[in-house]
Design a protein around this ligand. Structure first.
Ligand code: SAM
Length: 384
């Protein structure tokens, strides 16, 4: 009797012969746990400063409503920072490219978004390593479906070398399992992990997330990190940073979409506040929150059919973002024992007056800088 052929081997052929729009996703987590987490977070304590009830990082993008809202926000011509960011990424990546295209890397994209940046990276990587794998990792299966269309359609990246993974990468066990699975998939070949689009800044504890990612890096792996930056660290600049997000209606639709789709709260954009402050003297923190600024309590229905009371002044934190100073980046990467291989920085040019804001793209490798080698290289790069 012949052995049965494992379904996964048969599947590739079966899908190739069909022009229906199938997509394969490896689901790493029980989605009911995610809904329970979101519901629990929305039941948090009363706070007037956005530090009680909250929507944490990946939940802002989780589900079809938030995914469409994010895609609309990134395409909004009035969202100037996003536009400038997409353009500067192209220039920055070109300078990073030589470090990657020589090495036979595979790509692990942490947070795919619309896939536009992955397309740029993949075009170059595939040319130099036609056997490469592309593993986009995202909490949102809808975002994975949307984002992977871009490299496949526009850059003709082969579907058979792509493995989308639905997983919350802010959970230590998840990242550990992902790292081990990828190790078994590629053996000793190097992986380029990417965390672009200022995603690091969305996490309450950004150092903790960076450490989790660093923990899965093997000596041959690299991390490409893109963050928003500032050269100025005062209250006025913090308010200007908050204002930047206030300017587009599409962004307001995006930040409120998780509440719209998961609760019965009636959302009035007037109740959404954009608050900027200086954080730890080395970064600007922007909190976007919904606040009950009426003179009556409001009741909000949750996905488990319970209700939560929002007293006058109570808030729900919708989104967190930051702009990093070079000192903060140096402190973060130093704490996680990441060594810069290349750092490229640019200021925004769309404003009439010089802007303190810009973007930094960093290529990092694991390992503490030593006095003899890495230390001096890192110092040279940071002081550029
Ligand atoms: C700011 S967007 C960046 C998208 C893209 N990398 C870029 O540069 O434009 C953040 C992406 O990360 C995903 N994400 C955020 N937090 C996550 C988490 N904890 N686990 C998995 N995915 C997450 C979101 O769904 C979204 O696709």
């Amino acid at each position: 009797m012949t052995e049965p052929v494992p379904v996964i081997r048969k599947l590739e052929q079966a899908l190739l012969d069909d022009d229906f729009a199938w997509s394969l996703v490896l689901t790493g987590e029980d989605q009911t746990d995610k809904l329970a987490t979101l519901t629990g977070d929305l039941r948090g304590p009363v706070s007037t400063t956005g530090d009680g009830k909250q929507i944490t990082s990946g939940f802002s993008y989780w589900g079809i409503g938030p995914t469409i809202a994010w895609a609309n926000a990134t395409n909004d011509p009035f969202y100037l920072v996003m536009k400038a960011g997409t353009e500067s990424f192209l220039r920055h990546w070109r300078k990073m490219r030589p470090h990657i295209t020589k090495g036979g890397f595979h790509l692990v994209s942490l947070g795919i978004g619309t896939g536009v940046k992955d397309r740029t990276i993949l075009e170059d990587m595939l040319r130099s390593n036609p056997d490469m794998y592309y593993v986009p990792v995202d909490m949102s299966s809808e975002m994975l479906r949307l984002g992977t269309g871009e490299p496949v359609r526009t850059a003709r990246f082969p579907r058979s070398q792509m493995l989308p993974v639905q997983l919350d990468f802010s959970i230590a066990d998840n990242l550990g399992e992902l790292g081990q699975m990828l190790g078994r998939l590629v053996g000793e070949e190097p992986l380029l992990y990417t965390l672009t689009g200022n995603t690091l800044a969305n996490f309450d504890d950004d150092e903790e997330l960076l450490q989790l990612i660093t923990d899965v890096l093997r000596p041959q792996d690299r991390l490409l990190l893109e963050v928003a930056s500032t050269t100025s660290l005062d209250q006025e600049t913090a308010e200007a940073a908050a204002d930047e997000y206030h300017q587009t209606r599409a962004f307001a639709e995006f930040v409120t979409s998780t509440l719209r789709y998961n609760t019965d709260l009636k959302i009035d954009n007037e109740r959404v506040k954009f608050i900027g402050e200086v954080e730890d003297e080395d970064a600007l923190l922007v909190k976007i929150l919904w606040q009950n600024d009426t003179d009556e309590e409001i009741r909000m229905g949750l996905p488990d059919h319970t209700e939560v009371v929002l007293p006058v002044g109570d808030t729900i934190r919708l989104y967190t973002t930051r702009k990093y100073s070079s000192q903060r980046l140096e402190r973060l990467t130093g704490a996680c024992k990441l060594v810069p291989v290349e750092v490229i920085e640019s200021q925004f040019r769309h404003t009439r007056r010089p802007s303190p804001f810009g973007l930094e793209l960093l290529l990092l490798k694991p390992g503490a800088p030593t006095a003899a080698s890495g230390g001096s290289l890192a110092d040279d790069i940071w002081s550029q």
